[in-house]
Design a protein around this ligand. Structure first.
Ligand SMILES: Cc1cc2nc3c(=O)[nH]c(=O)nc-3n(C[C@H](O)[C@H](O)[C@H](O)COP(=O)(O)OP(=O)(O)OC[C@H]3O[C@@H](n4cnc5c(N)ncnc54)[C@H](O)[C@@H]3O)c2cc1C
Length: 470
C-alpha cells in the first residue's frame, strides 16, 4: 500500500485467489497469462489438502478407455445426481489437463492405477502414492517464480468484500484487497468431523464466507467418508492398495465386502463392524514406499500383520454453487476445487476425480474471471468482519455423532442449532434430504426416492430449494 494525502491506497489485482491447493495454483497460473494475481493461503503454501492426495488423478488416457467410459463411471457413482454437462466437461478435458501437468514438469509413474468404481485402469500417479505432493510442488514452484503472481502465505481471508451486489475482493486478517474477480479455492470442510483424513485447516471457511456474502451453497449433505483410515490416526490407506489386491477382513479373518465397491458402501460395511483389518501381505508393497514407511512409523509391519482401519470424513462433495466456468451466484465471485459445487460428483465422488476437478474447473474459472469488468475508481472501505465461528472439539464430536456415516432427524435436528454457521447449513441440507443416496445415509429414510433426484440449494434468507441441474 502507498499513501497519498494520508489516505491508504487500496491494493488492486485482476484476480485474488483464496487457497494454495491444486485448484488455487492452477487457476493462478492460468490467470497470470493475462492479469496480475494475488494468492492467499492461511498456512504455508505447501500445506494444503492437495499435497496429501495419494492415489492420483483420473483421466481416460489408455487405449481401451474413453471420456464416455469415464463419464459412465462418474455418473454411476453419483447415483442419479451428477450434472451431465459438468461430467462431460470433466471427462473430455481430463487428458489435456494431464498433458498440461507433464508440460509443466510433473513426472508421472509408468502404468495406470485402478480404483473403486472405475471400469478401467485410468488413475495417473506420481511417486507411487505421492501424487498430490508431486503435483502441488511443481505448481507451487511455477507460481512462486511467476512475475505476475504474488503469494501471501499465512494470510487468512475473513470475509468477502461486497459492494453494490458485486464481490470486489476480500478482507483478510491483515488488510482489504480489491480485485476485478475473486476466486475461492479454499478446499473442503471434512476437518469439521472428529475423525478425518484432512489437515486441521479444512474447515470450509470459503463456503461460509460465500454464503454470508449472498452466494448459494448446495449438496452439503454429501460428505464422503474414506473407508480405510488407520485407527487412531488420520493416515489414509489409499484405495489404490485395494486396487492392487489388498483385502478387507473382519475380526474372524473373513472377507465381508467387495473391496472395490463404491466408497459409501465399503465405509458403511466397515462402520457396521467397528474396526476391520486391511491385509496388505499379498500385494506388491514396494509400489507404495511412502505409505509403507508411514505405517512402519506408526508401529505396524504390513508384511506380517493386517492393519486395523476404520472410516473417517474425507471429502465434501458440496459447496459454492457454480456454473461450468466457476461463476458463483454473486457477480465477480468464482469458486473451484473442493469448495465448489458444480454438480459433477452427484451424490458421491468417483475416486481420483477431485484433483481432476481442481485442474479442469480451476482453469475454466480463471479464464472466465479475466472477463470481469474493471472496478470503480473509488470503493468504500469494507466493514471489519466479525471473528470467524470457532471450531471446538465439542463441535467436531457433534458432527461425527449427529451427521456421520448414518444420520437421522433427531441428530440432525440437534445440530441445526449449532453455533457454527456451516454446521447449521450442513444439518439443514441433510434434514431436507429425506432419503438415502450416495454418501448421504438416513437411518429413518433408508432408501432413495425419485422426489429427491435433485440438488438441495441454500441461499441466504430463503428456504432450502430442490433443483435439477442439466
Ligand atoms: C489424505 C487424502 C488423500 C487424497 N487422495 C486423493 C487422490 O488420490 N485423488 C484425488 O483426486 N483426490 C484425493 N484427495 C482429495 C483431494 O486432495 C482434494 O479434494 C483436493 O486436493 C482439494 O484441492 P483444493 O485446491 O480444492 O483445496 P486444498 O488443497 O484443500 O487447498 C485449500 C487451500 O485453501 C487455503 N485456505 C483455506 N481457508 C482459507 C482462508 N480462510 N484464507 C486463506 N486461505 C485459506 C488452505 O490454506 C489451502 O492452501 C485426497 C484427500 C486427502 C485428505
Amino acid at each position: 500500500m502507498s499513501a497519498k494525502n494520508g489516505t491508504p491506497r487500496q491494493e488492486r489485482f485482476d484476480l485474488v485467489v483464496v487457497g494454495g491447493g491444486v485448484a488455487g495454483l492452477v487457476s493462478a497460473l492460468c490467470a497470470a497469462t493475462e492479469g496480475d494475481v494475488l494468492v492467499l493461503t492461511k498456512g504455508p503454501l505447501l500445506s494444503s489438502n492437495s499435497q496429501l492426495a495419494q492415489g492420483g488423478i483420473a483421466a481416460s488416457v489408455a487405449d481401451d478407455d474413453s471420456p464416455a467410459l469415464h463419464a459412465e463411471d462418474t455418473v454411476r457413482t453419483g447415483r442419479g445426481l451428477c450434472r451431465p454437462s459438468a461430467v462431460t466437461v470433466l471427462t473430455e478435458e481430463a487428458p489435456a489437463r494431464i498433458r498440461d501437468l507433464v508440460e509443466l514438469g510433473v513426472e508421472f509413474d509408468d502404468g495406470l492405477g485402478l480404483e473403486g468404481g472405475h471400469s478401467r485402469r485410468r488413475v495417473v500417479h506420481a511417486g507411487g502414492a505421492a501424487t498430490g505432493d508431486r503435483v502441488a510442488r511443481v505448481l507451487a514452484a511455477r507460481v512462486s517464480a511467476h512475475p505476475r503472481i504474488r503469494v501471501a502465505e499465512g494470510e487468512r481471508m475473513l470475509a468477502l468484500w461486497r459492494s453494490r451486489e458485486r464481490c470486489v475482493g476480500v478482507v483478510t486478517d491483515r488488510r482489504a484487497v480489491a480485485a476485478r474477480a475473486t476466486l475461492i479455492a479454499s478446499g473442503g470442510a471434512a476437518a469439521l468431523w472428529r475423525r478425518t483424513t484432512n489437515p486441521p485447516g479444512a474447515l470450509g471457511e470459503g463456503m461460509a464466507a460465500a454464503y454470508r456474502a449472498g452466494a448459494g451453497l448446495a449438496d452439503l449433505e454429501f460428505v464422503q467418508f474414506h473407508p480405510t483410515t488407520l485407527v487412531d490416526s488420520s493416515l489414509l490407506l489409499s484405495e489404490a492398495l485395494r486396487g492392487e489386491g489388498a483385502l478387507l477382513l473382519d475380526e474372524h479373518g473373513r472377507r465381508f465386502t467387495d473391496e472395490l465397491a463404491p466408497r459409501d458402501v465399503v465405509a458403511r460395511e466397515i462402520a457396521a463392524r467397528g474396526t476391520v483389518l486391511l491385509d496388505l501381505r499379498a500385494i506388491d508393497r514396494g509400489r507404495f514406499p511412502a505409505l509403507m514407511g508411514s505405517l512402519v512409523d506408526e508401529g505396524y509391519d504390513p508384511a506380517q500383520t493386517p492393519i486395523p482401519v476404520a472410516p473417517a470424513a474425507h471429502y465434501t462433495v458440496g459447496g459454492i454453487v457454480t456454473d461450468l466456468d466457476g461463476r458463483s451466484e454473486l457477480a465477480g465471485l468464482y469458486a473451484a476445487g473442493e469448495c465448489a459445487a458444480t454438480g459433477v460428483h452427484g451424490a458421491n465422488r468417483l475416486a481420483s476425480n477431485s484433483l481432476l476437478e481442481c485442474l479442469v474447473f480451476g482453469r475454466r474459472a480463471a479464464l472466465a474471471a479475466l472477463d470481469e469488468p474493471g472496478l470503480p475508481t473509488r470503493l468504500a472501505t469494507p466493514a471489519v468482519p466479525a471473528a470467524p465461528d470457532r471450531v471446538t472439539a465439542g463441535l467436531r464430536r457433534r458432527l461425527w455423532e449427529d451427521c456421520g456415516l448414518i444420520r437421522d432427524a433427531a441428530g440432525l435436528g440437534r445440530l441445526a442449532s449449532a453455533p457454527h454457521l456451516l454446521t447449521r447449513l450442513i444439518a439443514e441440507t441433510a434434514l431436507t434430504r429425506e432419503e438415502s443416496r450416495g454418501s448421504h445415509f438416513r437411518a429413518d429414510f433408508p432408501t432413495d426416492s425419485a422426489e429427491f433426484e435433485r440438488h438441495v440449494v441454500l441461499r441466504p434468507g430463503s428456504e432450502a430449494a430442490l433443483e435439477t441441474w442439466l
